[in-house]
Design a protein around this ligand. Structure first.
Ligand code: AMP
Length: 417
């Protein structure tokens, strides 16, 4: 980014024990968000950061806070990180364990859905005043109500994926938790999107915050994008056709809701596609098992919703299918950014029904590019003219064979350029 003065983590002058942890983890050069956020947090400012997963935001907020704890140790709970999902909580906890490996700072992750034994373990750690607590709102409230969680000495409060938490209806819980924390704390809020409701929320909780925003990134050029114009009734068949044709080892299919995710899992299995869905009705063990199978490539196809996929770091996804057009443009970029990580190539296909054309058009505007319309495979009807929004006004330039109906044969194996 603009500021090129920081070239190495050494330049932040973190305490030796922290730098040792970073060296072990192979962190050398800070990412742009780390470059921008770390100095602001070290100076003690509140911060609101607009950044997505994959930008390195976890280290951006954990490292400076950890540094402050090493400089002035405490036996109390010093830092609370509130996140929307168990998976993200666990992921941040694991990152923290790496950064804090050579320090004496203690941490505990707390999340719902686990057995009584875990609850007791969490309780013990909380009562002993684990320095850093990472948790989901519901479980934190449970511990707060039982008097296990004590926040009166809290110095740092971090809200990660704030937009997701509001979408999931956690606002009351979060306000209740924060109500127990001292007012003169440092508060850091990260969100992948910055709608007005997030700004209102931030204005309530943050004090004169500095703001950083990583402009919504364009998708990597290595991602081949395509859009299929298709009726809802034909989406299953289209998904099966693409999955069978490509036969890639690691594919995520995103659906708009968990009900659809479950339904699609059943339909894909019925069509002999080895797919599992991950949704909030699974218990923690089951979710971890699905993710493990997917990460290790025993499971080729994962069906997921945005809520559960966000923040989960899985490398080497070969293809993303947007079974439904995501609610906002940032989500689209976030979803397809899961492919083509590092130097690899990726493919991303989006199923657009008549009602979603306008939504997809906005996504194209945000990316400042047109996405190629793919010819539907044989047997998949082209999108009819039954849709109210005129395709002329909001439709796609380029190929229009999908509307004409003359693409019914011979296109099955055509790939995007
Ligand atoms: P995050 O966006 O925080 O979920 O980070 C995404 C991935 O990038 C994680 O696997 C991190 O371990 C990794 N990462 C973050 N910052 C750096 C860095 N400066 N150098 C190398 N890897 C990093």
């Amino acid at each position: 980014m603009k500021n090129n003065t920081i070239l190495h983590f050494h330049d932040f002058l973190f305490e030796y024990d922290i730098q040792d942890g970073l060296d072990d983890m192979g962190f050398e050069k800070p990412t742009p968000i780390q470059e921008q956020a770390i100095p602001i947090i070290l100076e003690g400012h509140d911060l609101i950061g607009c950044a997505q997963t994959g930008t390195g935001k976890t280290a951006a907020f954990l490292l400076p806070v950890l540094n402050q704890m090493v400089l002035s140790p405490t036996t109390n709970t010093d830092t609370l990180v509130i996140v929307p999902t168990r998976e993200l909580a666990l992921q941040i906890y694991q990152a923290f364990q790496g950064f804090a490996y050579y320090t004496n700072i203690t941490s505990q992750v707390v999340y719902g859905g686990t057995d009584g034994i875990s609850f007791e373990q969490e309780k013990k750690a909380l009562i002993h005043g684990a320095n850093v607590i990472i948790g989901t709102p519901g479980r934190l409230i449970a511990h707060l109500n039982m008097g296990n969680l004590k926040l009166e000495h809290l110095r740092h409060l971090i809200l990660d994926e704030a937009d997701r938490m509001l979408d999931m209806g956690f606002i009351e819980d979060i306000l209740k938790i924060i109500g127990k924390a001292p007012k003169n704390r440092q508060t850091l809020m990260f969100s992948a999107t910055m709608p007005p409701k997030i700004r209102t929320f931030a204005a309530k909780l943050l004090h004169n915050p500095k703001e950083i925003s990583l402009a919504v990134s364009k998708p990597a050029e290595r991602v081949t994008q395509g859009v299929y114009m298709v009726n809802d009734n034909d989406k299953n068949a289209l998904a099966v056709s693409i999955l069978n044709e490509k036969k890639l080892p690691s594919v995520i299919v995103f659906t708009g809701t968990k009900v659809k995710a479950k339904q699609l899992e059943r339909d894909l299995m019925r069509a002999k596609v080895d797919a599992r869905s991950i949704h909030s009705d699974l218990d923690q063990k089951e979710r971890e098992e699905v993710l493990r199978a997917f990460r290790s490539r025993r499971l080729p196809v994962l069906v997921a919703t945005d809520v559960l996929s966000r923040g989960i770091d899985i490398e080497d996804i070969g293809m993303v299918i947007n079974f439904d057009v995501p609610g906002d443009a940032e989500d689209y970029i976030h979803r397809i950014g899961r492919t083509a990580r590092a130097e690899s190539k990726g493919e991303a296909y989006t199923f657009v029904n008549g009602d979603d054309r306008r939504k997809f058009k906005r996504i194209e505007e945000l990316m400042d590019m047109k996405v190629q319309v793919m010819p539907n495979p044989e047997g998949i009807k082209p999108l009819g003219n039954e849709v109210s929004q005129g395709p002329k006004k909001h439709g796609f330039k380029g190929k229009s064979a999908h509307r004409g109906g003359h693409n019914q044969g011979g296109n099955q194996n055509r790939k995007p350029r």
